[in-house]
Design a protein around this ligand. Structure first.
Ligand SMILES: Nc1ncnc2c1ncn2[C@@H]1O[C@H](COP(=O)(O)OP(=O)(O)OP(=O)(O)O)[C@@H](O)[C@H]1O
Length: 306
């Protein structure tokens, strides 16, 4: 695993008498995509604001590149880029003018800015002929990411970057972010409600519920194989009645097309063989994989009960 990028320890945040973050402990590593998930109002944006040095922790510590995030030096500030949903683009300017303005503030030279801008515009396939005020949501999102990648940061922080994007734009952006991480080694911290898309790109998943961390795991550990099988056939009702009589096989659910069942692997070695032996005409048979959505649901259920 790479070096530590973000570290929070016992991070608490009070905003106007509201205890928004409670003992948040986060460690992220370089070259990885870390996803922040959780329901509306869970505390994702507040966590990101602390990490970016916009809010001082009420108690506890929050460091980025080993330096306290609040009041960090300009040098450390230049080591990351951040995109919030609310934007911060100038509509009356062109894409180039927007990018130039921010890159100059970061102390970059114009020739370097131009070269990098062209490279990123190509990478993100951004059409730049219109004034930014006439850009679509997806184009603005791309431009903000280009602006924040221009100075070649080691870390890119994104707060709900897929918000309001159509499926094509979402897939495109998701895959480009993954590429930037894998090819250029840029670490990414991303908050989003798009669990399906996060599942495609994240390495680490942190779930926040009512200001507390309720899960922090490698994606690989979350989305492994389950002990559940799914069979699709013409007569699921028949399958249900057959399975009910077999020791070691338990029906979990069924509908008009399929049956999901669990198998005790010590008792049943070849579930497919058993179905075939009973003369069932199978259209599809597979072992179910757990998704990030399943994980979110069960983790949330447990958090609500605690
Ligand atoms: N300035 C503020 N003053 C008081 N409370 C605040 C302030 N900003 C946020 N909060 C509260 O902090 C909690 C966490 O908000 P936050 O925006 O961090 O959640 P989130 O997980 O990003 O939500 P969403 O998914 O809706 O963007 C919410 O209850 C919110 O009302």
């Amino acid at each position: 695993m790479g070096s530590q990028i973000i570290e929070t320890r016992g991070l608490n945040l009070n905003l106007q008498g509201n205890h928004v973050l409670k003992n948040i402990d986060i460690t992220t590593h370089s070259g990885q995509i870390c996803a922040l998930i959780g329901e509306n109002g869970a505390g994702k944006t507040s966590t990101i604001r602390c990490i970016a040095g916009l809010y001082p922790p009420t108690t506890g510590a929050c460091t980025i590149f080993g330096e306290p995030a609040y009041n960090m030096s300009q040098k450390s500030r230049n080591r990351f880029g951040i995109v919030f949903d609310e934007g911060g683009l100038y509509g009356e300017m062109s894409a180039w003018e927007n990018v130039l303005f921010f890159a100059r503030l970061r102390g970059m030279q114009k020739e370097k800015i131009a070269a990098r801008y062209n490279e990123l515009v190509q990478h993100f396939e951004l059409k730049t002929s219109l004034k930014v005020g006439r850009f679509s949501k997806g184009m603005k999102q791309k431009l903000m990411i280009i602006r924040e990648l221009l100075h070649e940061p080691e870390l890119l922080i994104l707060d709900e970057p897929f918000n309001g994007l159509d499926p094509d734009s979402k897939i495109f952006l998701r895959d480009k972010l993954s590429e930037i991480c894998s090819k250029q080694g840029t670490s990414i911290l991303i908050s989003s409600h798009d669990l399906f898309d996060l599942e495609k790109i994240a390495d680490q998943v942190i779930m926040i519920h009512q200001g507390r961390i309720v899960a922090d795991q490698a994606l690989q550990a979350i989305t492994g194989m389950t002990q559940r099988y799914v069979v699709t056939c013409d007569n699921p009702q028949l399958v249900v009645s057959i399975l009910q009589d077999i020791d070691g096989m338990t029906v979990v659910s069924h509908d008009e097309q399929s049956v999901t069942f669990m198998v005790e692997s010590e008792v049943i070695k070849q579930p497919l063989q058993i179905l075939l032996q009973h003369g069932i005409e199978i259209q599809e048979f597979f072992k179910e994989k757990s998704s990030l959505e399943d994980f979110y649901r069960t983790t949330k259920q447990a958090a609500v009960q605690n």
